[in-house]
Ligand binder design. Sequence first.
Ligand code: PMP
Length: 396
Amino acid sequence: MASHSLTSFLQQNLEGLKQQGLYNTIQPLESPNGPLITITGREFVNLSSNNYLGLANDDRLKEAAIRATKLYGTGSGAVRSINGTLQIHVELEERLAQFKGAEAVITYQSGFNCNMAAISAVMGAGDAILSDELNHASIIDGCRLTKSKVIRFNHSDMEDLRNKAKAARESGQYDKIMVITDGVFSMDGDIAKLPEIVTIAEEYDLITYVDDAHGSGVLGDGAGTVKHFSLSDKIDFQIGTLSKAIGVVGGYVAGSHDLIEWLKVRSRPFLFSTALPPGNVAACIEAINILQNSTELQTKLWDNTRYFQEGLKTLGFSIGRTETPITPCIIGDETATQRFSERLYEEGVYAKSIVFPTVPKGTGRVRNMPTAIHTPEMLDRALTAYETIGRELGLI
Ligand code: PMP
């Protein structure tokens, strides 16, 4: 029997979330998470996945996963540091290092785990972390695992970062100081100002840490935001995910030999959580083969992005400050945003509303993600729905 205090905590808080409209009902898909999805027998144009390049449903990755599963089994059997490291884990890390232009790479079970692993392996008491206020939840949690002072700077505000870096360094209170940012911000699609961040880091001896979950596979010929700015030798930590554009699951840190060696002996998810399954690892290697052999998928992704974003702008919608495929359609008012997303659903378009507290009050938006494998007809279906609903709600 559940304890009285637990029962009342759960009931009160679940009810509170429902009343504030913050309760999320999850609808399972009856199809792969491709450009079209099926929910309760109905087909939708899907604008909510992170399957940027369509690799999550690619036959070549599926075949690679099946082959490796037949060869090695479904599980890797142990944590990496005991005997869960298979030859293909090493191969994946070598291939990723080459792809990213880094000395070495360590993989983890997810992008989330990378941030749990890497920040606290290096930062401790007596250190400080300068963190962009819009950084992802896993960075915030990763920082909490350290005993470092966390100093938030205003989003992409380089003057604020410089002032805070200067004050932290000149205070003499801190030994190591790290600056940490998303490469691409997941709610607005804007790109971090990495060249300026590197300049400030050089001035105040900051460790540089970029979480490129949404840049990997998308920017810099697929190698990410750091390569996009040609800064591969200037960023100490490059985090990537294998769960979005790469189409599988997992994450990695790219950096110097010494850094990766340190993470292999000191980062807790590597030491205490079972290694990625062989099928996933093999599918990731196949994804890298595809990305290194052709830029066709990236070209399609960017063509579709331009087509869809131009379509929304021509209709009279605002897409905010995006510079990437992440396409927020800014509605503003929270209730109108939720209504908009519900109407899209009725019209056969799956695109989620995102409102306060995930984004600032009054900036509610429907978040869209065009992918490489949407056809123009699918995107047109979505744009027609946007036009119908925009007029209906008096927004355009
Ligand atoms: N970092 C960022 C910036 C992300 O957007 C995400 C995914 N939402 C993650 C980390 C977590 O990656 P994963 O899904 O591979 O755990």
